[in-house]
Design a protein around this ligand. Sequence first.
Ligand code: ZN
Ligand code: ZN
Length: 343
Amino acid sequence: MTVLASGSKGNSTLIASSTTRILVDAGLSCRELMKRMKAAGEEPRALDAILITHEHQDHVQGMAVTARKLGIPVYLTEPTHRAWVRWMTPQKRITYAEWLAQRQAAGNRQQATDKVREQQGTGCRAQGKEGGADTVQAESSGRCSADVATEPDEEEKAAVEEVIAETAREPERDPTSLPSVEYFRSGSGFRIGDIAVTPFTIPHDAADPVGFVFEADGVRIAIATDLGYMPSNVSVQLRRCDVLMLESNHDVDMLRDGPYPWSVKQRVMSRVGHLSNDAAADFLEKGYDGGAAYVVLAHLSENNNLPELARISAERALRDRMSLLANHLLLAEQDRPMGAIVL
Ligand SMILES: [Zn+2]
Ligand SMILES: [Zn+2]
């Protein structure tokens, strides 16, 4: 397992068995993904598939270009695919500048909606998968709720420019085309090569978000990021893991005292937002079986967290269960790949 990037600006993790290689999320531009894979000693051409957790930009930015360049299938749920296609479709008809302007306007609309809801006292935008939360998300900037910027960041611009360049080379190309799409359903396991994949539903403000458990060669790896709280269906999946990649998104005090508008703070803290350091620690202390060789803290907020705060709270929760063989604590980073975890 190699975490290529983790955080609100882009997420991607490589899971490999002796014969199969899967990219989980492609939230960086294709070029950056390739660069990081090579830096981590991985050959992009050896990838067999891309798996997607949900349609937020920090998880899909480089998905289409990477899949097309490598000619590999993308595995996602049908609602996630639909939400992504809805989000991508305007690019077909407008210029890059117009598209950015539209996104900015969508971001402003979202802020206005939040404001109205805040005034109405409803505050939290998404109420779950029903009730239009996914529609709002699809029409807004498609970002994780942890990230409030309305201006696209550098990595997002790079990803968009790749699509524009591709379209210039091949004007007939539909930006939503993928070499092949494989639908899976949360709760129903499937295989890619010799890796068994079990997707499970997570509580997050996207169309149909999932986490994954991977099993191959007797090794079990779980990825659970982008979840507002730890429901029992998720904690059950995280048992008996050799590697547990767990969100430790924000420090509650930093978020509360930080610069975000109150509506956004509420969204991040809501049951479809992100897991705080405290919530992650609470799970590690009370809900986790303590059996993993490695615990990887992931999706740390740049604005509302510090790596040391996340580490200290997880260390406190794991306490005497940490040893050379068990619960080795690692922090995934936004700007560079983490060393490979080999089991
Ligand atoms: Zn998200
Ligand atoms: Zn995310």
